[in-house]
Design a protein around this ligand. Structure first.
Ligand code: ADP
Ligand code: MG
Length: 700
């Protein structure tokens, strides 16, 4: 068995026609071995299989003809460039074929040969076929690679030609293809009607028909997705195999919590609480994602889970990505839970050392029931007496490792992660494949919808007047800028451009001129934690009318009295980000307005602004964003842990992903330790592919 795989690792330098220079060029494409060649997939295909009769050739299109070389000649252009011309004929007519600057072709062809040409037909007086690709038909050659068939086109750099690579790939298949071992068990292939791997390898490069190409593609993508989903299934099994802390769901504390909530829960919130209750009551650790648009009320759901764990004599922790947000959670949770006799503590930067030491002490003794904080929560020195539940808010702002550290602060605690980034269905299986998911779809009743306008620069004065009107009515406004200051400091993932607005400059200008008579505040990521907290408190208390900000206010901030948000250079933000920002308003009972000041340079940017203007549904926006930007960009630089996908397209091939997921979870169900003889290859693949990369992957 071992030998079989080794032979596929034969270096390409042993291939005919591969010298040191070519080796280097191939390396740049990531091709080192025979196996690399086999898995170097075409980016597209050209159908050169249908021959067009010469009399039916159309101007301006690429077409394939088959005929006989009738005559050849070479002439020079005025500038001295050699032009090789050939007359080709079939039963229906004749046409000249023309090549520039390839004088060696004179020796390559002979009059009377049968040839195939593929190229663009153009009219210069008469029709001619320009710079066509060519193939001489030799009777003994089993199949022509470059023409007269569906031809693979590879993603290449300029040093390597399609023709050359095609030849190499063909050699690799002819010589090594039959050593490819099928990693998918036969029963899975049979059940999902998947082609054999050798068939797939051949047909993905040199398909004998489009139907066979589809089969080959599905087979290769299925295998890729299947292995990913198998990793998820194993990870999930590992978590579920741990014993968790089974919680009682009934008790005085949880009763008075629900009775004292200042609002009626939405259906989505109730459903999510039920899901969470079921998870926490079970003897397995919860590993759940709570997904809900901004303002959907995830905090109350988290509070429910936290109270459950406190009721059961354990501690809860909630970790947020920014200090501002952590402090806000602290405020909200204290107000909600302190009256019930629950002790809430805050851990964040900028807290006095002595207070912090005291908090740490109380946490370790179990006197603190709930810890709210930033990354400070997962630092060394924070020791819980008994952590029963870890909540991670805006979880996409944290890395996998940080989540794992929090989990390890307890003994198999329940874990709830929350996000306001609606993940399109097509991505969820790839990104959150190992989590159970609850989704809150609706916003609480009585919310006034946010009205969004996209305006350009000449409306600026009007926008300012509008802010003044709102301020006169006692409302507050945000003005969000992409930059902190005029220098290169970029907040978040926004790119700087010529007229990009900066928060400090805006603040200076507006507070001195336009909004002289108002209280104008400033907040950005480079301010100290205490300073930020002070500004936010002032804004919340109504001491600031207009807050100039960067995207530090993107997540979680909740000031119901703010009714206007102006976003400067809105074209520079992603859709999801704009939606997040906009979620800061419309939180009270006043009608709210989001004004996008933008000067979009291209169609795509315009489309994005129109999408955000048209819809307030985060899921719709996410789908749109995904369609416009693709999965990689969709997540930007954030640490979503989008796994590397080489062959398939997680959006377009969603149905294959679903099928592969079912199959993978089925395997783990029947054979949890992946020990069966017929799963041997699966096991080997998973171990070598994911070892150390996915948290908690353990096989056997
Ligand atoms: P997010 O899901 O964005 O974290 P929050 O938990 O911050 O949302 O809630 C947003 C606002 O909605 C808060 O002011 C909260 O008190 C309020 N809220 C939450 N649930 C409800 C509800 N069922 N009815 C009315 N208001 C609610
Ligand atoms: Mg929130």
């Amino acid at each position: 068995m071992q030998a079989k795989t080794d032979i596929l690792e034969t270096p390409v330098r042993y291939f005919k026609g591969v010298g040191p220079k070519r080796c280097e060029h191939l390396l740049r494409l990531g091709i080192k071995t025979a196996s690399d060649l086999l898995y170097y997939l075409p980016s597209r295909y050209e159908d050169r299989s249908n021959f067009t009769a010469i009399k039916d050739l159309k101007t301006g299109e690429k077409q394939t003809i088959r005929g006989e070389v009738l005559a050849m000649s070479t002439r020079l252009t005025k500038r001295g460039m050699p032009v090789f011309e050939m007359a080709v004929g079939d039963k229906t007519g004749r046409i000249p074929a023309v090549w520039f600057n390839q004088p060696f072709l004179t020796k390559f062809f002979k009059v009377g040969q049968e040839i195939i040409l593929y190229g663009k037909v153009e009219r210069f007086g008469a029709l001619q076929i320009n710079q066509p690709e060519y193939e001489i038909i030799k009777e003994d050659e089993e199949a022509s690679l470059h023409i007269g068939r569906i031809v693979p086109i590879y993603p290449l750099t300029s040093q390597i030609t399609q023709r050359y690579l095609r030849g190499l790939v063909y050699m690799a298949i002819a010589k090594y293809g039959h050593y490819l071992a099928d990693r998918l068990p036969t029963y899975i292939r049979a059940r999902h009607k998947l082609a054999d791997i050798r068939f797939a390898a051949y047909n993905i490069h040199f398909p004998s028909s489009f139907a066979n190409l589809d089969k080959a593609y599905k087979r290769i993508v299925f295998e890729e997705f299947f292995m990913l989903q198998l990793a998820f299934a194993i990870k999930r099994r590992n978590i579920k195999a741990e014993s968790g802390i089974s919680h009682r769901l009934e008790g005085a504390l949880i009763k008075s919590f629900t009775a004292n909530l200042p609002f009626e829960l939405t259906k989505g919130q109730k459903d999510a609480m039920n899901d969470i209750g079921r998870d926490m009551a079970s003897a397995r650790p919860m590993n759940r994602l709570l997904e809900g648009d901004v303002g959907s009320g995830k905090t109350a759901v988290a509070a429910y889970a936290l109270v459950l764990t406190v009721e059961n004599g354990l501690q809860g922790a909630i970790m947020a990505p920014t200090e501002v947000l952590a402090r806000q959670h602290y405020l909200v949770l204290s107000k909600l839970l302190m009256p019930l006799g629950i002790n809430v503590a805050l851990l964040a930067r900028g807290i006095d050392e002595s207070l912090k030491a005291q908090a740490l002490n109380e946490i370790s003794q179990g006197k603190v029931n709930i810890v709210v904080g930033t990354h400070a929560v997962i630092q060394e020195g924070v020791e819980f007496k008994a952590l029963g539940l870890a909540v991670i808010d805006e979880q996409h702002k944290f890395g996998v490792e940080q989540r794992a550290v929090l989990r390890r602060k307890g003994k198999n605690p329940h874990v709830l992660v929350m996000t306001a980034t609606p993940i399109p269905r097509t991505l969820a299986l790839t990104v959150y494949g190992d989590l159970d998911v609850s989704i809150i779809r609706e916003l609480p009743k009585g919310r006034r919808p946010i009205v969004t306008y996209w305006v350009d620069e000449d409306k600026r004065q009007k926008v300012y007047d509008f802010i003044k009107d709102e301020a006169a009515g006692g409302r507050q406004a945000y003005i969000v800028c992409p930059l902190i200051d005029g220098s290169a400091s970029i907040e978040g993932s926004v790119s700087k451009g010529a007229a990009t607005k900066s928060a400090t400059e805006m603040h200076e200008k507006l507070s001195r001129e336009v909004f002289r008579d108002y209280k104008v505040g400033l907040i950005h990521g480079r301010m100290g934690p205490k300073e930020k907290a002070k500004v936010m408190k002032e804004f919340r208390d109504g001491g600031i009318n207009i807050l100039i900000a960067t995207v530090v206010i993107e997540v979680g901030i909740d000031v119901p009295n703010a009714s206007v948000m102006v976003i400067e250079n809105a074209e520079k933000f992603g859709l999801a980000q704009l939606h997040q920002l906009r979620g800061r308003i419309g939180r009270g009972d006043c009608k709210s307005y989001c004004i996008l000041l933008a000067d979009p340079r291209n169609e795509n940017a315009k489309k994005r602004l129109m999408a955000i203007e048209d819809t307030v549904d985060g899921f719709e926006i996410a789908e749109e964003d995904l369609a416009l930007r693709g999965p990689g960009e969709f997540f930007g630089a954030s640490q979503h842990g989008l796994p590397e996908i080489r062959f398939g397209n997680i959006v377009k091939d969603f149905s294959i992903m679903e099928e592969a997921r079912k199959a993978a979870f089925d395997v783990v169900n029947r054979d949890p330790m992946i020990r069966d003889e017929h799963h041997k290859y699966l096991r080997d693949t998973i171990v070598s592919r994911f070892k150390g990369r996915l948290e908690l992957i353990r096989v056997g």
